[in-house]
Write a protein that binds this ligand. Structure first.
Ligand SMILES: Cc1ncc(COP(=O)(O)O)c(C=O)c1O
Length: 363
């Protein structure tokens, strides 16, 4: 038996244990068919049932209204950085798209979009190392733009939008890759929401894209068929062979989330988990928070020790204690605990205890 390990990796991230066990149990024989779920046609009634069930569980958990479509698209979140402007920049004659620059993924989203649209950055926190969500002029948003884009949780810096800007008739678009389904959010504030699946939903390589129906039909003529939202909505995401394993796993994750008590319960648990770590960080000068306290994420807790040797020792000793993948992103440095929905409270408690002890021994 391998010793107990808690996986704090930012993504692909840990999945709920009961989900992994269910996959293992069904792996060779999906519901008495004598074949695996990954060996059946994406057009079989059994798979279409899985796909539809995943969509209806998502609606049930989030209260997503019927005028939004739920799509499963290839290429992870980053593919959406290009797909989004291809599908939506044409909504207005000027094709101007507004971006909040709150981290490297927000920057990449704007950079990729610039190949297909006129991109303007409305506000940036680059000057303070992306330690916060920047202040912005609300007047700058109520324009004739095709959409306004933001990254709701910034995975590398551990910041998040606590409240979202009001954009009037301009559709608000959110990259929710590192926080989808972690808290109750009124999805009707948004025109489009997308999320790479490898953190709170399932395996990597796919994105869930939620689009309001009135925003379908604006795709530029050069948009590849497989990136066209309207086509995907028409085909229920089965224009070609989808990643059936990813959709199946996501369905199991959504079932698990429902069993946990839904979003209100998971949100409370996530707040409690994050508070345990921020309390240790704030209790002494030994740890320094990367994110400004008012903008902190509950999914990615980023901190520093201000000393490379000490951080290397922290990682080595944490690893030996079964606390895995706590290294910060290479562009930010320091340490990061990603505590997505599946991370049990016991894992966070183990990390908080370790951090206390490490500070006492090395402070
Ligand atoms: C907020 C955010 N957006 C986009 C991405 C890129 O996702 P993918 O690798 O699925 O393209 C990530 C990956 O961690 C992310 O955290």
């Amino acid at each position: 038996m391998t010793a107990k390990v808690y996986n704090f990796g930012a993504g692909p991230a840990m999945l709920p244990k009961p989900v992994m066990e269910k996959i293992q149990q069904e792996w060779l024989d999906y519901q008495g068919m004598g074949v695996s779920v990954i060996e059946i046609s994406h057009r079989s009634s059994q798979f279409v049932e899985i796909l539809n069930e995943a969509q209806s569980l998502f609606r049930e958990l989030t209260g997503l209204p019927d005028n939004y479509r739920i799509l499963f698209l290839h290429g992870g979140a980053r593919m959406q950085f290009s797909a989004l402007p291809m599908n939506l920049a044409g909504r207005t004659a000027g094709g101007r798209c507004l971006y909040f620059e709150t981290g490297n993924f927000a920057q990449l989203a704007a950079k990729d979009a610039a190949a297909y649209a006129t991109v303007d950055v409305v506000a940036s926190s680059a000057a303070s190392g992306f330690d916060r969500i920047p202040a912005y002029d609300p007047q700058a948003l109520s324009t004739d733009a095709s959409y306004v884009h933001l990254t709701s949780n910034n995975t590398l810096y551990g910041t998040r939008w606590h409240r979202f800007p009001s954009t009037g008739d301009v559709p608000l678009v959110a990259d929710m890759t590192s926080e989808i389904l972690s808290r109750k959010i009124d999805f009707t504030q948004f025109g489009v929401i997308y999320a790479g699946m490898q953190k709170n939903l399932g395996p990597s390589g796919m994105a869930m894209v939620i689009v309001r129906e009135d925003l379908l039909g604006y795709a530029a003529p050069h948009t590849p068929l497989l990136l066209n939202y309207e086509q995907a909505a028409k085909d229920n995401s089965l224009t070609n062979t989808t990643n059936t394993f990813a959709v199946y796993t996501t369905k199991l994750v959504l079932e698990w989330l429902k069993e946990q008590g839904g979003l209100a319960a998971i949100e409370q648990r996530n707040e409690e988990k994050a508070a345990l770590l921020y309390q240790v960080i704030d209790a002494s000068d030994f740890y320094q928070s990367v994110a400004h306290p008012e903008h902190r994420s509950v999914m990615n807790v980023c901190f520093r020790l201000g000393d490379d040797t000490l951080e290397a020792r922290f990682l080595e000793q944490a690893g030996a204690a079964g606390l895995y993948a706590l290294k910060g992103h290479r562009s930010v440095g320091g340490l990061r605990a990603s505590i997505y929905n599946p991370m049990p409270k016991a894992g966070v408690e183990a990390l908080a205890t370790f951090m206390h002890e490490f500070a006492a021994q090395n402070g």
